[in-house]
Design a protein around this ligand. Sequence first.
Ligand code: ADP
Length: 489
Amino acid sequence: MKPKLKVLMVSPEVVPFAKTGGLADVVGSLPLALSKLGCEVRIVLPKYKIVDECEVNLLDTDKEVNFKVGNTMQKARILSTKVAGVVTVYFLEHDEYYARDGLYGTTEGGDYKDNLARFSFFCGGILELLKKIEYKPQIIHCHDWQTGLIPVYLKTLYQNDTFLEGIKTLFTIHNLAHQGVFPKVEFPLTGLDEEIFTPDKLEFWDKINFMKGALIYADILSTVSKGYVQEIVTTEYGCGLEGVLKERKDKLYGIINGLDYKEWDPSMDKGITMAYDVNTIERKVKNKKALQQENNLPVDSNIPLIGMITRLAAQKGLDILDEIIDELMELNIQLVLLGTGESKYHIRMEQIKEKFPTKASIHLTFDPELAKRIYAGADMFLMPSKYEPCGLGQLISLRYGTIPIVRATGGLKDTITNFDPKRRIGNGFVFNEYDSQSLLSTIKQAIDVFCNDKESWKRLMLNGMSADFSWEHSAKEYIKLYEEALGIR
Ligand code: ADP
């Protein structure tokens, strides 16, 4: 039998322990898919305050890691648990760094001032953890800037470490806009040699950039859709790192995120009013009525109900929605929006709620349970993103027979095709130009099909529900990248 490929997955957030966005879903479900394909996967994340609220039994391994941040030796206890009986999850417990209300910043939105220290320690602590528990993975799969110093440390501070020797790294970009950029005065805290604070390494316009470090030092790079790969090498989408990415283009791959089809399954979902599947699609309307009732909206299955579950940020198209939302709400529609984010959008959405109390229901919170009821109850799901590395919302919507209305960018472009009523192909409504009028006219098209062409609407639902965006395919693609990094492909 082939020996199991050993992969250590490192992420600042992982479902079910800590989540702010899609990254947590990905790192919560990819390891299970890889395990099914015969890999041995372990995960590490920081032990945030919120981890205590999960009903999991954390074992104290009685081991501790030490890693210097600047001149001070920092310590963390190693805790562990097991997920689904197969994946071991380690937590670095350093309360001064991680036991806070937010993961990366306060709930008001400001980043924590000591993020460089917190995540330098996380990266260095992980390498120390491997030595402490005497576990040597073949691959460390790093996700987003918070893990960016791992490839850097491996090839600098730890380059002569005999235990870690030979470990390869894959760095996955989930959102290039968040890079972990810090003032250069903090550079000594990383423990790295000043020699690598240069424009071809970690320096970025006189600042330190964790993401850039990873893009230069990791063995293989990936991002979460092929569409986003094409975009991030351009000035428009490259967030200043397009040059570095272009240089490494031969090692940059796009793998679309899968969805955990067990977690997101309308036929098994205990959190929705009425379960349904592709053969009992007519039952979905019960969820719509329940959602209308719950949200104090007129209960009427003929009124198109638009759902939106999102971070309230310009990236998600909130600025173009802002321009047309009053006009949109004048139409015979209902809107249920769930989201948190920038305060200007909170204020705007509160106004909409007041102005259209019988049409708009706005929830400015983070509520995974309500999210499920919206995915199940809405007719359409709005995702007019300016850019979207992959996007999970549209994939969840497809699964729940809720028709996505999206802008053609990144992963949205790769997964949603505009409905063609003549050929009856497509699974959503798509617009190209990032402007409010294109958005409004596309929503109107969707409303028109919903109201006047029930047959086509049903076809759209069936097309979406029968698509397969589960992990199986994408997990195999990741294994190919691991093998490439190891030189066995
Ligand atoms: P992001 O860029 O935020 O990661 P994705 O579409 O990839 O966007 O993933 C967002 C994930 O977070 C989805 O699972 C979505 O349902 C969930 N989500 C976003 N906002 C909320 C919220 N306010 N409450 C509950 N779930 C949310």
